[in-house]
Design a binder for this molecule. Structure first.
Ligand code: SF4
Length: 444
């Protein structure tokens, strides 16, 4: 069944806004005690008292229960705006609500639709972050998710003159993102391991560990050791999000410990060479390429996925990057690697929509040319075709990154103000790196 048919035949009969992710999927940041159903709705706080009695409350929060009730009635929870914006484009656009629902059995979706919205649900897919330790500081990330970003703010102070940074991503160290030090007992992590031991290791199809950089967290290795020491006890597939910017020995250790476990690796990148090193500060392009190649050659993972965060800077080399992924696929298979294109909305001044119309349309047309050449490539998967097509549509149709976004002149000013400070702090040069944007940038 195609994605659109799935929406029409499975989701729409349940309700016009139903999404299985509200019941069966979660991202939980254990370092800060926050959760959300997928990456798009803003994260909300987990009640520390509730988890003492019911560890599963790290997922089954009051907020999610309200959202579930709304979805059962066909109303749109405000936090899911990303999906509503895609669907309101028309053109039968397929939003993430489809992708994030169709991974679950149809019976489970129907069961959720009839369930008491206040009931506690066992997860089927879970993404957890133990802490924010990370050796990179990507331009679209912030101190809440990267200890290297914390160091930038600690050493250099807040970024100045950013009017549209309404969430204050770049002005403070986000101490609330890391409530506990390495020596403290973190009640959220305690609740997770309790729930894991009691139920989760039986019900979860996939457990995905994110960060920071998870391979820098001792809790990730505790979890990997659990799999090693409990062979056959859990059928959960393990997935790790890693920036793959470390020495190969660390990745090899992970692959070896996970022998006998279904393992997927997820990594992030969306542009080539110097562009990638600029956007994803700390990344060494050649190290990333070497580690990607070694993983594919090892055949020790079930799959390797590349998550592309589509921002204003990556479009210049995105088509070449997609061609590189296709070359790898041709050699190693459709899932080696697969990719998703996730359109950045925050910080809004880094959205691809801040680019002037002429430049934006040039990139849109280059992507269209890429599609014209590669659309029927045997290794391109349906969701990948849809993601490229919806990015083209997005560049065509959507005018603002999100409903509360500032005027474009403010976003332009913030774009210039941010990258001038980023260049100074990180010893980089925007105009040398992005030739196609330099004359526009110099006027900002
Ligand atoms: S943002 Fe979309 S995919 Fe995420 S939970 Fe909401 S409806 Fe589902």
């Amino acid at each position: 069944m195609h994605d659109l048919e799935f929406r029409q035949q499975v989701l729409d009969p349940i309700s016009a806004s139903f999404c299985g992710a509200k019941w069966y999927n979660a991202t939980i940041w254990l370092g800060s005690g926050m959760t959300t159903s997928c990456h798009h709705p803003p994260a909300h706080r987990i009640n520390e008292q509730e988890i003492k009695l019911h560890p599963s409350s790290i997922h089954n929060t009051q907020q999610k229960k309200q959202d579930r009730a709304q979805m059962q009635r066909g109303e749109r929870p405000a936090g899911c705006e990303y999906c509503w914006k895609i669907e309101d484009m028309g053109r039968d656009a397929v939003s993430d609500r489809v992708y994030k629902s169709r991974i679950f059995p149809t019976e489970a979706l129907i069961e959720a639709s009839a369930m008491d919205p206040d009931a506690d649900v066992n997860l089927r897919t879970l993404e957890i972050s133990f802490d924010r330790t990370c050796q990179l500081a990507c331009s679209y990330c912030n101190p809440a998710f990267s200890s290297t970003w914390v160091r930038d703010i600690h050493r250099n102070g807040p970024y100045r003159d950013l009017v549209s940074d309404g969430r204050n991503h770049f002005t403070h160290e986000h101490t609330s993102a890391q409530l506990y030090t390495i020596n403290d007992e973190n009640p959220y992590i305690t609740a997770f391991f309790e729930w894991w031991e009691r139920d989760l290791h039986r019900t979860l199809d996939e457990l995905r560990v994110t960060g920071g950089e998870p391979l820098m967290s001792g809790y990730t290795w505790q979890l990997v050791d659990w799999f090693k020491n409990n062979p056959g006890r859990s059928r959960t597939r393990l997935a790790i999000n890693s920036n793959l910017s470390m020495e190969w020995a660390t990745i090899q250790r992970l692959l070896d410990l996970c022998e006998g476990v279904e393992l997927d690796l997820y990594t992030s990148n969306e542009s080539m060479g110097a562009h990638a090193e600029y956007i994803r500060d700390g990344l060494v392009w050649q190290t990333w390429i070497d580690n990607m190649t070694a993983i594919m050659r090892s055949k020790q993972t079930r799959a390797l996925h590349v998550m592309c965060t589509i921002n204003a800077l990556c479009l210049e080399s995105l088509p070449e990057f997609l061609t590189l992924l296709l070359e790898w696929k041709s050699r190693w298979g459709a899932d080696m690697p697969s990719f998703t294109l996730n359109i950045l909305r925050f910080p809004s001044f880094q959205s691809p929509l801040v680019l002037p119309d002429k430049i934006r349309m040039k990139h849109r047309n280059r992507l269209q040319q890429w599609v014209d050449i590669w659309w029927n490539h045997a290794m391109l998967q349906e969701h990948e075709r849809n993601h490229v097509q919806r990015l083209i549509d997005y560049l065509d149709v959507v005018k603002t990154p999100h409903s509360d976004a500032f005027e474009i002149t403010t976003l332009h000013r913030d774009f210039g103000n941010f990258y001038r400070q980023y260049d100074q702090r990180r010893d980089k040069c925007f105009t040398d790196t992005f030739n196609g944007l330099s004359s526009w940038y110099n006027q900002l």
